[in-house]
Design a protein. Sequence first.
Length: 128
Amino acid sequence: MTKTYVRGTWQQSRAFSPAVITQGGRTVWFAGHTGQKDSEGKSLAGDFEAQTYQTFRNIEATLKEAGATLKDIVTVTVFLTDPRHTTRMTEIRAEIFGSDFPASAAITVTGFADPTMLIEIQGVAVVD
Protein backbone atom coordinates (compact mmCIF):
# COMPACT_ATOMS: atom_id res chain seq x y z
CA MET A 1 0.00 0.00 0.00
CA THR A 2 1.24 3.47 -0.79
CA LYS A 3 0.12 6.61 0.98
CA THR A 4 0.72 10.14 -0.29
CA TYR A 5 -0.09 13.25 1.73
CA VAL A 6 -1.25 16.44 0.07
CA ARG A 7 0.38 18.83 2.52
CA GLY A 8 -1.38 22.07 1.64
CA THR A 9 -0.09 25.28 3.16
CA TRP A 10 -1.97 26.64 6.17
CA GLN A 11 -3.37 23.16 6.94
CA GLN A 12 -0.05 22.09 8.49
CA SER A 13 -0.49 24.61 11.30
CA ARG A 14 -3.87 23.01 12.07
CA ALA A 15 -2.44 19.44 12.01
CA PHE A 16 -4.40 18.05 9.08
CA SER A 17 -3.83 17.23 5.43
CA PRO A 18 -6.30 18.50 2.83
CA ALA A 19 -6.11 15.03 1.21
CA VAL A 20 -4.46 11.66 1.69
CA ILE A 21 -4.13 9.38 -1.34
CA THR A 22 -3.89 5.61 -0.85
CA GLN A 23 -3.35 2.84 -3.33
CA GLY A 24 -3.84 -0.78 -2.36
CA GLY A 25 -4.32 -1.98 1.19
CA ARG A 26 -7.24 -2.95 3.40
CA THR A 27 -9.70 -0.32 4.65
CA VAL A 28 -10.73 -0.13 8.32
CA TRP A 29 -13.71 2.12 9.09
CA PHE A 30 -13.74 2.85 12.81
CA ALA A 31 -16.81 4.05 14.65
CA GLY A 32 -16.96 7.08 16.89
CA HIS A 33 -14.66 6.67 19.90
CA THR A 34 -14.76 8.67 23.10
CA GLY A 35 -12.71 8.93 26.26
CA GLN A 36 -14.96 10.05 29.09
CA LYS A 37 -13.45 7.33 31.33
CA ASP A 38 -9.84 6.22 31.68
CA SER A 39 -8.71 2.60 31.33
CA GLU A 40 -9.49 1.96 35.02
CA GLY A 41 -13.01 3.35 34.67
CA LYS A 42 -12.29 6.67 36.42
CA SER A 43 -14.40 9.54 35.13
CA LEU A 44 -12.64 12.17 33.03
CA ALA A 45 -15.72 14.43 33.03
CA GLY A 46 -14.81 18.07 32.40
CA ASP A 47 -11.19 17.32 31.41
CA PHE A 48 -10.97 17.89 27.66
CA GLU A 49 -7.25 17.12 27.37
CA ALA A 50 -7.53 13.84 29.29
CA GLN A 51 -10.57 12.82 27.25
CA THR A 52 -8.76 13.56 23.99
CA TYR A 53 -5.71 11.46 24.91
CA GLN A 54 -7.99 8.66 26.14
CA THR A 55 -9.99 8.82 22.93
CA PHE A 56 -6.82 8.29 20.89
CA ARG A 57 -5.78 5.43 23.21
CA ASN A 58 -9.19 3.83 22.66
CA ILE A 59 -8.89 4.26 18.89
CA GLU A 60 -5.40 2.77 19.03
CA ALA A 61 -6.73 -0.31 20.88
CA THR A 62 -9.49 -0.82 18.31
CA LEU A 63 -7.09 -0.42 15.42
CA LYS A 64 -4.69 -2.91 17.00
CA GLU A 65 -7.49 -5.49 17.06
CA ALA A 66 -8.04 -4.74 13.35
CA GLY A 67 -4.33 -5.15 12.57
CA ALA A 68 -3.76 -1.40 12.17
CA THR A 69 -2.09 1.49 14.00
CA LEU A 70 -2.74 5.20 14.45
CA LYS A 71 -0.25 5.83 11.62
CA ASP A 72 -2.64 3.99 9.25
CA ILE A 73 -5.41 6.57 9.76
CA VAL A 74 -6.15 8.52 6.58
CA THR A 75 -9.15 10.59 7.70
CA VAL A 76 -10.97 11.51 10.91
CA THR A 77 -14.06 13.45 11.82
CA VAL A 78 -13.75 15.10 15.21
CA PHE A 79 -16.89 16.14 17.07
CA LEU A 80 -16.47 18.68 19.89
CA THR A 81 -18.96 20.24 22.28
CA ASP A 82 -16.95 23.45 22.58
CA PRO A 83 -15.16 25.09 19.65
CA ARG A 84 -12.68 26.66 22.08
CA HIS A 85 -11.14 23.17 22.44
CA THR A 86 -10.25 22.97 18.74
CA THR A 87 -6.76 24.44 19.16
CA ARG A 88 -5.84 22.05 22.00
CA MET A 89 -7.21 19.11 20.00
CA THR A 90 -5.02 20.26 17.07
CA GLU A 91 -1.93 20.36 19.30
CA ILE A 92 -2.60 16.86 20.62
CA ARG A 93 -3.24 15.56 17.10
CA ALA A 94 0.09 17.05 15.92
CA GLU A 95 1.83 15.35 18.85
CA ILE A 96 0.27 12.00 17.96
CA PHE A 97 0.68 12.07 14.17
CA GLY A 98 3.95 13.99 13.76
CA SER A 99 4.02 15.52 10.27
CA ASP A 100 1.86 12.91 8.48
CA PHE A 101 -1.59 14.19 9.33
CA PRO A 102 -4.82 12.52 8.31
CA ALA A 103 -7.44 14.44 6.39
CA SER A 104 -9.85 15.85 8.96
CA ALA A 105 -12.98 17.76 9.78
CA ALA A 106 -13.82 19.29 13.17
CA ILE A 107 -17.49 19.76 13.91
CA THR A 108 -19.07 21.43 16.93
CA VAL A 109 -22.13 19.66 18.32
CA THR A 110 -24.59 20.66 21.00
CA GLY A 111 -24.07 17.46 22.96
CA PHE A 112 -23.61 13.69 23.01
CA ALA A 113 -25.62 10.74 24.33
CA ASP A 114 -23.47 10.87 27.49
CA PRO A 115 -23.37 14.48 28.76
CA THR A 116 -19.87 13.97 30.23
CA MET A 117 -18.42 13.46 26.73
CA LEU A 118 -16.51 16.43 25.31
CA ILE A 119 -15.04 14.81 22.15
CA GLU A 120 -15.77 11.94 19.77
CA ILE A 121 -13.61 10.84 16.84
CA GLN A 122 -14.49 8.51 13.96
CA GLY A 123 -12.43 7.73 10.89
CA VAL A 124 -10.85 5.48 8.32
CA ALA A 125 -7.51 3.68 8.33
CA VAL A 126 -5.85 1.92 5.38
CA VAL A 127 -3.49 -0.94 6.17
CA ASP A 128 -0.91 -2.75 4.01
